[in-house]
Design a protein around this ligand. Sequence first.
Ligand code: PHB
Length: 370
Amino acid sequence: MSNDNPNDVLFETFTLGKLSLPNRVLMSPLTRSRSSQPGDIPNAMNAQYYAQRASAGLIISEATQVSPQGKGYAFTPGIHSAEQIAGWKQVTDAVHQAGGRIHMQLWHVGRISHPDLQPDGRQPVAPSAIAPEGAKTFVSADSGMVDIPEPRALETDEVPGIVEQFRIGAENAKTAGFDGVEIHAANGYLLDQFLKSDSNQRTDEYGGSVENRIRLTLMVTEAVTKVWGKENVGIRVSPTGSFNAVHDQNPVETFGTLARHLNDIGIAYIEVVEDSFQGNHADGRPQSVIDAIQAVFKGGYIANGAYTADEARTRIGKGQCDLVTFGRPFIANPDLPERFRLGAELNKWDDSTFYGGDAKGYIDYPALAD
Ligand code: PHB
């Protein structure tokens, strides 16, 4: 639809916690694997990339490991060293100078890792010693995609240490000047591995029943909320996602229960990946899970999953979501909200430059004004 319509719902403001967002067109967390080495440190090029996209209603940073153990791919940035905090400060300063708002996505990959990426070549950790069938990672620029070996099940008394890793990440994100944080509980990474029935075969208080499987995510949320205040915290979930070999036998029950507890804590928003990963919702969006979440969660609802501008308009207009995060379109269009506003043509993304590399396919996509 060609637009420039003063009543376009995409450009209605929205109050998300303490932030006033100028539009509903948000930037998804997007792994781009371009931090400086050694040390997984954000750099000036990363700052330029985010600042170019500052017209998003809110930017959610790429997934960022809260600890060395939480790393699962070469070149992803961390938020556990002084150098990384300083690197991220460059990013948040650049985004704020350009008039934008940015949350950090706090990440622990769990079993989606490899000894070559872990401190002292250790085995990656998970709720249970179950390898993610078919999942792959890359451990260096020239490793290619490699298989992921079987992880080690965390001991019960190690679990509070995971909460502490997230808490420290949240503290560091504050020092780095972010406006808030998003807890990554989606896409088959550590918290999702605990949430979902097939990857969590534990018999202690962190496995088995729904209340047990959601316990770690709630402990992390409580800890992060203590650092940031509940109005500056969101979470990302992917109830029906199978990316990274996860599956839950009853996502309505698991994620409806989780959402009810998150509502009790009072966090600002829940971002829901409404498909498998990267836009696979050929069978429609998982409406029964969406309904179960929305019935109990009264904070902001952010929808994700290969939305077009018009689908976002329709669903926001009907009250089916408050905000939408856009991933691949934001990679290729630094001025995506303006293009949506005008109904302008979109640049096409180049998926060969998504992960790793240099400025090409990163900071060289033109805005309309260029
Ligand atoms: C990835 O690096 O492929 C990746 C990272 C985080 C996600 C999904 C995919 O949530």
